[in-house]
Design a protein around this ligand. Structure first.
Ligand code: SF4
Length: 215
């Protein structure tokens, strides 16, 4: 079983195991709050490869909020296509850029203020706080939610419950790196359907909660 006592060791082992794999999409760019915020919006319901290419095109055309507000919605759509829901995302990006511009081009630093931005949920807000500002926050995406339950660190139904449970179970010093490690681990080893348990480096500690089939 993985617990608060051995999670440090488990994360070290995971870090070693994922060295050969691609880093998650948002880690490809300059990790300023601006870049983390917009690449995370692009990444929702979109494959990493598509997110990376779309982010590259968007930041290539507008690398700051003052440049971003000069682009119209159609131009943003063209730059970010084919990310999922690209029309809605282009609209949101334009709206957020305008709001940020009105605040001196500063990305908000708090959860409450980030959640006021259109289209920004807890996952994006936590990622901006952790990756963009380097402050402790736990970004719960599908990989973090699934794996934290499988390894027995928490027991939760919804991603929100996972975030609250992880806040109690995970020592604060691991909050920032937790998402990045588990995303790469979840994309390559502890995959959603039929995880690769036979080649998993933490297999002996894992209760495999809710795993019906593995390889
Ligand atoms: S043993 Fe299987 S379920 Fe457990 S962490 Fe490894 S891959 Fe995931």
């Amino acid at each position: 079983m993985v617990s608060a006592e051995n999670i440090g060791l488990v994360l070290k082992v995971i870090q070693e195991a994922i060295k050969e794999f691609e880093v998650p999409a948002v880690s490809h760019f300059n990790r300023s709050p601006f870049h983390v915020l917009f690449s995370c919006i692009l990444s929702l319901r979109t494959k990493d490869k598509v997110t990376i290419e779309a982010s590259r095109r968007l930041f290539g055309a507008a690398d700051s909020c003052s440049k971003l507000i000069e682009l119209n919605e159609k131009e943003i759509e063209r730059l970010i296509f084919p990310v999922g829901f690209y029309k809605t995302k282009a609209k949101r990006i334009k709206e957020i850029a305008k709001i940020l511009y009105g605040k001196g081009c500063k990305v908000p630093e708090t959860m409450d203020e980030l959640l006021k931005l259109p289209g920004v949920g807890r996952k994006t807000a936590n990622l901006v706080i952790a990756e963009g500002f380097g402050r402790p926050a736990i970004c719960v995406d599908t990989h973090v939610h699934r794996i934290s339950n499988r390894i027995g660190l928490i027991k939760s139904i919804t991603p929100f419950e996972s975030e609250m449970e992880l806040r109690k179970a995970l020592p604060r010093k691991y909050w920032i790196e937790y998402n990045k490690l588990l995303v790469a681990f979840g994309q390559n080893i502890c995959v959603p359907v039929s995880p690769f348990c036979s080649k998993c480096p933490i297999e002996s500690l894992c209760p495999k909660t809710n795993v019906k089939k593995s390889r």
